[in-house]
Design a binder for this molecule. Structure first.
Ligand code: PLP
Length: 396
Protein backbone atom coordinates (compact mmCIF):
# COMPACT_ATOMS: atom_id res chain seq x y z
CA UNK A 1 0.00 0.00 0.00
CA UNK A 2 2.86 2.42 0.69
CA UNK A 3 5.53 3.93 -1.53
CA UNK A 4 8.99 2.44 -1.13
CA UNK A 5 10.41 5.92 -0.63
CA UNK A 6 8.78 5.95 2.80
CA UNK A 7 9.97 2.50 3.76
CA UNK A 8 12.05 3.84 6.63
CA UNK A 9 12.96 2.00 9.81
CA UNK A 10 10.18 3.17 12.09
CA UNK A 11 11.45 1.52 15.25
CA UNK A 12 13.60 3.65 17.52
CA UNK A 13 17.37 3.29 17.41
CA UNK A 14 19.20 2.23 20.58
CA UNK A 15 20.02 5.79 21.51
CA UNK A 16 16.38 6.97 21.27
CA UNK A 17 15.21 3.88 23.19
CA UNK A 18 17.71 4.53 25.99
CA UNK A 19 16.67 8.19 26.17
CA UNK A 20 13.00 7.27 26.30
CA UNK A 21 13.61 4.76 29.08
CA UNK A 22 15.70 7.30 31.00
CA UNK A 23 12.94 9.91 30.76
CA UNK A 24 10.17 7.47 31.64
CA UNK A 25 12.09 6.47 34.76
CA UNK A 26 12.01 10.15 35.78
CA UNK A 27 15.81 10.26 36.10
CA UNK A 28 17.84 13.45 36.08
CA UNK A 29 19.08 14.44 32.60
CA UNK A 30 21.93 16.77 31.68
CA UNK A 31 21.06 17.37 28.05
CA UNK A 32 24.09 18.58 26.06
CA UNK A 33 22.28 18.21 22.73
CA UNK A 34 19.89 21.16 23.06
CA UNK A 35 19.51 22.81 19.66
CA UNK A 36 16.21 24.59 20.17
CA UNK A 37 17.05 28.23 20.96
CA UNK A 38 13.61 28.83 22.46
CA UNK A 39 14.48 26.28 25.17
CA UNK A 40 17.87 27.48 26.27
CA UNK A 41 17.21 30.59 28.30
CA UNK A 42 17.67 33.28 25.64
CA UNK A 43 15.96 36.49 26.67
CA UNK A 44 13.61 37.41 23.82
CA UNK A 45 12.01 40.86 23.39
CA UNK A 46 8.60 39.24 23.73
CA UNK A 47 6.41 42.33 23.34
CA UNK A 48 8.23 43.38 20.16
CA UNK A 49 7.93 39.89 18.67
CA UNK A 50 4.22 39.67 19.38
CA UNK A 51 3.59 43.19 18.17
CA UNK A 52 5.35 42.44 14.88
CA UNK A 53 2.83 39.63 14.35
CA UNK A 54 -0.18 41.90 14.69
CA UNK A 55 0.12 43.97 11.50
CA UNK A 56 -3.48 44.66 10.32
CA UNK A 57 -2.39 43.91 6.73
CA UNK A 58 -2.33 40.26 7.80
CA UNK A 59 -6.12 40.29 7.56
CA UNK A 60 -5.93 40.25 3.75
CA UNK A 61 -4.64 37.42 1.57
CA UNK A 62 -2.42 38.74 -1.20
CA UNK A 63 -0.58 35.67 -2.51
CA UNK A 64 2.90 36.23 -3.97
CA UNK A 65 4.67 33.12 -5.21
CA UNK A 66 8.20 34.15 -4.16
CA UNK A 67 6.92 35.85 -0.99
CA UNK A 68 5.88 39.42 -0.23
CA UNK A 69 8.16 41.98 -1.87
CA UNK A 70 8.70 43.85 1.40
CA UNK A 71 9.81 40.65 3.14
CA UNK A 72 12.19 39.81 0.28
CA UNK A 73 13.65 43.32 0.47
CA UNK A 74 14.45 42.81 4.14
CA UNK A 75 16.23 39.56 3.28
CA UNK A 76 18.22 41.43 0.59
CA UNK A 77 19.10 43.96 3.33
CA UNK A 78 20.54 41.12 5.44
CA UNK A 79 23.23 40.67 2.76
CA UNK A 80 24.04 44.39 2.39
CA UNK A 81 27.69 45.12 3.00
CA UNK A 82 28.68 41.45 3.34
CA UNK A 83 31.75 40.01 1.75
CA UNK A 84 31.43 37.43 -1.00
CA UNK A 85 34.25 35.03 -1.84
CA UNK A 86 35.46 37.35 -4.58
CA UNK A 87 35.40 40.41 -2.29
CA UNK A 88 32.63 42.90 -1.61
CA UNK A 89 29.82 42.19 -4.03
CA UNK A 90 26.81 43.99 -5.39
CA UNK A 91 23.70 43.92 -3.28
CA UNK A 92 21.31 40.97 -3.60
CA UNK A 93 18.35 41.55 -5.93
CA UNK A 94 15.02 40.80 -4.13
CA UNK A 95 13.76 39.38 -7.46
CA UNK A 96 16.18 36.48 -6.97
CA UNK A 97 14.93 35.61 -3.50
CA UNK A 98 12.29 32.96 -2.78
CA UNK A 99 10.77 32.61 0.69
CA UNK A 100 9.95 29.17 2.09
CA UNK A 101 8.60 27.80 5.36
CA UNK A 102 12.02 26.45 6.32
CA UNK A 103 15.34 25.60 4.75
CA UNK A 104 14.10 22.02 4.52
CA UNK A 105 11.38 23.19 2.16
CA UNK A 106 14.01 25.18 0.26
CA UNK A 107 16.06 22.00 -0.19
CA UNK A 108 12.99 20.14 -1.45
CA UNK A 109 12.26 22.83 -4.02
CA UNK A 110 15.87 22.83 -5.21
CA UNK A 111 16.04 19.04 -5.48
CA UNK A 112 12.79 19.08 -7.48
CA UNK A 113 14.10 21.86 -9.68
CA UNK A 114 17.44 20.22 -10.50
CA UNK A 115 17.00 16.46 -10.26
CA UNK A 116 15.15 13.70 -12.04
CA UNK A 117 14.43 10.45 -10.21
CA UNK A 118 17.73 8.79 -9.26
CA UNK A 119 19.91 11.84 -9.89
CA UNK A 120 22.67 12.55 -7.41
CA UNK A 121 23.57 15.37 -5.07
CA UNK A 122 26.97 15.41 -3.36
CA UNK A 123 26.85 16.10 0.37
CA UNK A 124 29.64 16.60 2.91
CA UNK A 125 30.49 13.93 5.47
CA UNK A 126 30.37 14.54 8.36
CA UNK A 127 27.33 16.82 8.26
CA UNK A 128 23.73 17.37 9.24
CA UNK A 129 21.63 14.17 9.00
CA UNK A 130 18.30 15.62 7.80
CA UNK A 131 19.41 15.56 4.17
CA UNK A 132 18.79 11.83 3.92
CA UNK A 133 15.04 12.15 4.43
CA UNK A 134 14.81 15.14 2.13
CA UNK A 135 16.58 13.11 -0.54
CA UNK A 136 14.30 10.10 -0.06
CA UNK A 137 11.26 12.32 -0.44
CA UNK A 138 12.63 13.82 -3.65
CA UNK A 139 13.65 10.38 -5.06
CA UNK A 140 17.28 11.35 -5.37
CA UNK A 141 20.54 9.81 -4.20
CA UNK A 142 22.93 11.48 -1.82
CA UNK A 143 26.57 10.82 -2.53
CA UNK A 144 28.87 11.74 0.37
CA UNK A 145 32.16 13.52 -0.21
CA UNK A 146 34.56 13.48 2.72
CA UNK A 147 35.87 16.39 4.70
CA UNK A 148 39.32 15.75 6.16
CA UNK A 149 40.64 16.97 9.49
CA UNK A 150 44.22 18.10 9.66
CA UNK A 151 44.66 21.09 11.96
CA UNK A 152 41.17 22.15 10.89
CA UNK A 153 38.65 20.85 8.40
CA UNK A 154 38.84 20.97 4.62
CA UNK A 155 37.14 19.48 1.57
CA UNK A 156 38.81 16.38 0.15
CA UNK A 157 38.58 17.48 -3.48
CA UNK A 158 40.23 14.35 -4.88
CA UNK A 159 37.43 12.23 -3.35
CA UNK A 160 34.80 14.75 -4.40
CA UNK A 161 35.97 14.50 -8.01
CA UNK A 162 35.98 10.70 -7.80
CA UNK A 163 32.38 10.77 -6.55
CA UNK A 164 31.13 12.65 -9.63
CA UNK A 165 29.03 10.70 -12.15
CA UNK A 166 26.92 11.60 -15.16
CA UNK A 167 23.99 11.86 -12.73
CA UNK A 168 25.57 14.44 -10.39
CA UNK A 169 23.43 17.57 -10.35
CA UNK A 170 24.63 19.63 -7.40
CA UNK A 171 27.22 19.90 -4.65
CA UNK A 172 25.89 20.84 -1.25
CA UNK A 173 28.00 22.78 1.24
CA UNK A 174 27.11 23.73 4.78
CA UNK A 175 28.86 27.01 5.61
CA UNK A 176 29.79 26.79 8.43
CA UNK A 177 29.15 23.09 8.66
CA UNK A 178 27.06 21.38 11.33
CA UNK A 179 28.61 19.87 13.48
CA UNK A 180 32.24 20.53 12.46
CA UNK A 181 31.87 24.34 12.65
CA UNK A 182 34.15 24.76 9.63
CA UNK A 183 33.67 27.50 7.02
CA UNK A 184 34.33 27.05 3.31
CA UNK A 185 37.53 28.94 2.46
CA UNK A 186 37.80 31.27 -0.57
CA UNK A 187 40.17 28.83 -2.29
CA UNK A 188 37.72 25.98 -1.73
CA UNK A 189 34.83 28.07 -3.05
CA UNK A 190 36.87 28.79 -6.19
CA UNK A 191 37.61 25.09 -6.80
CA UNK A 192 33.97 24.15 -6.15
CA UNK A 193 32.81 26.77 -8.60
CA UNK A 194 35.21 25.51 -11.22
CA UNK A 195 34.06 21.89 -10.76
CA UNK A 196 30.38 22.86 -10.83
CA UNK A 197 30.71 25.06 -13.91
CA UNK A 198 32.70 22.34 -15.69
CA UNK A 199 30.11 19.60 -14.93
CA UNK A 200 26.97 21.74 -15.25
CA UNK A 201 26.18 21.32 -11.58
CA UNK A 202 24.77 23.80 -9.11
CA UNK A 203 26.15 24.79 -5.70
CA UNK A 204 23.67 24.57 -2.84
CA UNK A 205 25.03 26.53 0.13
CA UNK A 206 23.40 26.15 3.53
CA UNK A 207 24.32 29.28 5.47
CA UNK A 208 21.96 28.96 8.43
CA UNK A 209 24.92 29.36 10.85
CA UNK A 210 26.76 32.02 8.82
CA UNK A 211 26.54 34.68 11.54
CA UNK A 212 28.11 32.46 14.19
CA UNK A 213 31.85 32.85 13.63
CA UNK A 214 33.85 32.18 16.80
CA UNK A 215 36.10 35.17 17.09
CA UNK A 216 36.37 38.57 15.64
CA UNK A 217 39.05 37.55 13.15
CA UNK A 218 36.82 34.73 11.93
CA UNK A 219 34.27 37.27 10.68
CA UNK A 220 36.46 37.27 7.59
CA UNK A 221 35.56 33.59 7.09
CA UNK A 222 31.84 34.37 6.99
CA UNK A 223 31.71 35.27 3.32
CA UNK A 224 28.42 34.54 1.64
CA UNK A 225 27.69 32.42 -1.41
CA UNK A 226 24.72 34.70 -2.16
CA UNK A 227 27.06 37.02 -4.07
CA UNK A 228 28.54 34.20 -6.09
CA UNK A 229 28.01 34.42 -9.83
CA UNK A 230 30.33 32.03 -11.62
CA UNK A 231 28.18 28.88 -11.14
CA UNK A 232 24.45 28.53 -10.53
CA UNK A 233 24.20 28.87 -6.74
CA UNK A 234 21.34 28.52 -4.27
CA UNK A 235 22.07 30.07 -0.89
CA UNK A 236 19.79 29.00 1.95
CA UNK A 237 19.22 30.61 5.32
CA UNK A 238 16.34 31.48 7.62
CA UNK A 239 14.96 32.77 10.88
CA UNK A 240 15.63 29.53 12.83
CA UNK A 241 19.25 30.36 13.53
CA UNK A 242 19.66 33.92 12.25
CA UNK A 243 16.99 35.38 14.57
CA UNK A 244 16.60 32.35 16.88
CA UNK A 245 12.94 32.01 15.88
CA UNK A 246 12.47 28.47 14.48
CA UNK A 247 8.79 28.51 15.43
CA UNK A 248 8.12 31.31 12.93
CA UNK A 249 8.84 28.90 10.08
CA UNK A 250 10.38 31.33 7.63
CA UNK A 251 13.46 30.81 5.51
CA UNK A 252 14.75 31.95 2.16
CA UNK A 253 16.92 31.07 -0.78
CA UNK A 254 18.93 33.43 -2.94
CA UNK A 255 19.61 32.37 -6.51
CA UNK A 256 22.81 33.65 -8.09
CA UNK A 257 25.04 32.72 -11.02
CA UNK A 258 25.13 33.24 -14.77
CA UNK A 259 22.22 35.48 -15.77
CA UNK A 260 20.40 33.08 -18.07
CA UNK A 261 20.55 30.15 -15.64
CA UNK A 262 19.35 32.37 -12.80
CA UNK A 263 16.37 33.59 -14.82
CA UNK A 264 15.28 30.06 -15.70
CA UNK A 265 15.85 28.80 -12.17
CA UNK A 266 13.83 31.64 -10.61
CA UNK A 267 10.98 31.28 -13.12
CA UNK A 268 10.70 27.54 -12.40
CA UNK A 269 11.09 27.98 -8.64
CA UNK A 270 8.32 30.52 -8.76
CA UNK A 271 5.96 27.84 -10.04
CA UNK A 272 7.09 25.33 -7.40
CA UNK A 273 6.65 27.95 -4.66
CA UNK A 274 3.31 29.04 -6.10
CA UNK A 275 2.07 25.47 -5.83
CA UNK A 276 2.49 25.60 -2.04
CA UNK A 277 2.45 29.29 -1.06
CA UNK A 278 3.62 28.11 2.38
CA UNK A 279 4.96 31.11 4.30
CA UNK A 280 2.15 32.72 6.26
CA UNK A 281 1.28 36.39 5.76
CA UNK A 282 1.67 37.52 9.41
CA UNK A 283 5.18 36.08 9.58
CA UNK A 284 6.21 37.55 6.23
CA UNK A 285 5.00 40.96 7.39
CA UNK A 286 6.96 40.55 10.63
CA UNK A 287 10.16 39.47 8.86
CA UNK A 288 11.82 42.94 8.69
CA UNK A 289 11.33 43.31 12.44
CA UNK A 290 12.54 39.79 13.18
CA UNK A 291 15.68 40.38 11.16
CA UNK A 292 16.24 43.69 12.93
CA UNK A 293 16.22 41.86 16.29
CA UNK A 294 18.95 39.44 15.28
CA UNK A 295 22.05 41.28 16.54
CA UNK A 296 21.01 41.29 20.17
CA UNK A 297 19.79 37.69 20.07
CA UNK A 298 22.92 36.46 18.31
CA UNK A 299 25.11 38.35 20.81
CA UNK A 300 23.43 36.49 23.69
CA UNK A 301 24.08 33.17 22.05
CA UNK A 302 27.68 34.02 21.11
CA UNK A 303 28.33 34.83 24.75
CA UNK A 304 26.89 31.46 25.75
CA UNK A 305 28.98 29.66 23.15
CA UNK A 306 32.22 31.35 24.33
CA UNK A 307 31.43 30.63 27.98
CA UNK A 308 30.69 26.97 27.27
CA UNK A 309 33.83 26.60 25.18
CA UNK A 310 35.85 27.98 28.10
CA UNK A 311 34.17 25.47 30.45
CA UNK A 312 34.90 22.63 28.06
CA UNK A 313 38.51 23.64 27.52
CA UNK A 314 39.12 23.91 31.27
CA UNK A 315 37.95 20.30 31.67
CA UNK A 316 40.02 19.17 28.67
CA UNK A 317 43.21 20.71 30.11
CA UNK A 318 42.87 18.25 33.01
CA UNK A 319 42.13 15.30 30.73
CA UNK A 320 44.66 12.87 29.29
CA UNK A 321 42.16 11.04 27.10
CA UNK A 322 39.90 13.70 25.61
CA UNK A 323 40.50 16.49 23.12
CA UNK A 324 38.39 18.96 21.19
CA UNK A 325 38.62 19.35 17.43
CA UNK A 326 39.34 22.85 16.13
CA UNK A 327 36.31 24.83 15.12
CA UNK A 328 35.66 28.20 13.53
CA UNK A 329 31.99 28.78 14.32
CA UNK A 330 28.51 27.29 14.59
CA UNK A 331 26.81 25.91 17.68
CA UNK A 332 28.64 22.63 18.31
CA UNK A 333 31.88 21.20 19.66
CA UNK A 334 33.32 17.85 18.66
CA UNK A 335 35.07 15.83 21.29
CA UNK A 336 37.62 13.21 20.34
CA UNK A 337 37.27 10.29 22.75
CA UNK A 338 38.87 6.84 23.00
CA UNK A 339 37.20 4.70 20.31
CA UNK A 340 36.54 1.69 22.50
CA UNK A 341 33.40 0.71 20.57
CA UNK A 342 30.63 2.24 18.46
CA UNK A 343 29.94 5.91 19.32
CA UNK A 344 26.27 5.13 19.79
CA UNK A 345 27.05 2.57 22.52
CA UNK A 346 29.33 5.06 24.22
CA UNK A 347 26.61 7.75 24.19
CA UNK A 348 24.10 5.27 25.64
CA UNK A 349 26.55 4.24 28.37
CA UNK A 350 27.23 7.89 29.21
CA UNK A 351 23.49 8.47 29.53
CA UNK A 352 22.87 5.41 31.66
CA UNK A 353 25.88 5.82 33.97
CA UNK A 354 26.18 9.60 34.21
CA UNK A 355 22.81 10.98 33.05
CA UNK A 356 24.61 13.06 30.40
CA UNK A 357 23.14 13.24 26.90
CA UNK A 358 25.44 13.90 23.92
CA UNK A 359 25.13 12.94 20.27
CA UNK A 360 27.31 10.17 18.88
CA UNK A 361 29.45 11.19 15.89
CA UNK A 362 27.89 8.35 13.90
CA UNK A 363 24.65 10.39 13.69
CA UNK A 364 26.56 12.88 11.56
CA UNK A 365 28.25 10.36 9.32
CA UNK A 366 31.77 10.53 10.71
CA UNK A 367 34.04 8.10 8.90
CA UNK A 368 35.06 6.34 12.13
CA UNK A 369 34.21 6.01 15.80
CA UNK A 370 35.65 8.11 18.59
CA UNK A 371 33.65 11.35 18.30
CA UNK A 372 30.91 12.91 20.42
CA UNK A 373 29.01 16.10 19.56
CA UNK A 374 28.08 18.67 22.22
CA UNK A 375 25.74 21.62 21.78
CA UNK A 376 27.38 24.84 22.94
CA UNK A 377 24.05 26.65 23.29
CA UNK A 378 23.15 24.51 26.33
CA UNK A 379 22.48 26.68 29.42
CA UNK A 380 25.85 27.19 31.15
CA UNK A 381 25.10 25.55 34.50
CA UNK A 382 23.84 22.43 32.83
CA UNK A 383 26.78 22.41 30.45
CA UNK A 384 29.27 22.81 33.30
CA UNK A 385 27.89 19.88 35.29
CA UNK A 386 27.47 17.74 32.16
CA UNK A 387 31.04 18.35 31.08
CA UNK A 388 32.35 17.66 34.60
CA UNK A 389 30.61 14.28 34.61
CA UNK A 390 31.75 13.56 31.08
CA UNK A 391 35.36 14.10 32.14
CA UNK A 392 34.86 11.85 35.16
CA UNK A 393 33.19 9.17 33.03
CA UNK A 394 36.29 8.84 30.86
CA UNK A 395 39.03 9.58 33.36
CA UNK A 396 37.43 7.50 36.07
C1 PLP B 1 22.75 22.80 8.62
C2 PLP B 1 21.28 23.00 8.88
N1 PLP B 1 20.47 23.36 7.87
C3 PLP B 1 19.15 23.54 8.07
C4 PLP B 1 18.57 23.37 9.31
C5 PLP B 1 17.08 23.53 9.48
O1 PLP B 1 16.68 24.81 9.32
P1 PLP B 1 15.11 25.18 9.20
O2 PLP B 1 14.58 25.24 10.58
O3 PLP B 1 15.12 26.52 8.53
O4 PLP B 1 14.44 24.15 8.32
C6 PLP B 1 19.38 22.99 10.39
C7 PLP B 1 18.80 22.78 11.72
O5 PLP B 1 19.44 22.46 12.69
C8 PLP B 1 20.77 22.80 10.16
O6 PLP B 1 21.57 22.40 11.16
Amino acid sequence: MFASRTNWRLDQNRFAQALDAHRRAGKELLDLTISNPTECGVSYPEAEILEALSDPRALAYVPESRGLREARESVAGYYDGRMGFAGPGQSVDPERIVLTSGTSEGYSHIFRLLCDVGDEVLVPAPSYPLFEFLADLADIQLVPYPLFYDDGWGIDFASLREALTSRSRAVLVVHPNNPTGSFIKPREAAVLTEICAEHEMAIVADEVFLDYADEFQNADLARTFALHDAALTFTLSGLSKISLLPQMKLAWMVVSGPQELVQTAVARLEIIADTYLSPSTPVQLALPKFLALRNDLQAQLQQRISANLAILDAMLRESKLLARLDREGGWYAILRVPATGPDESLAVELLERSSVLVHPGSFFNFSRDGFLVLSLITPEEQFQEGVRRLGKFFEG
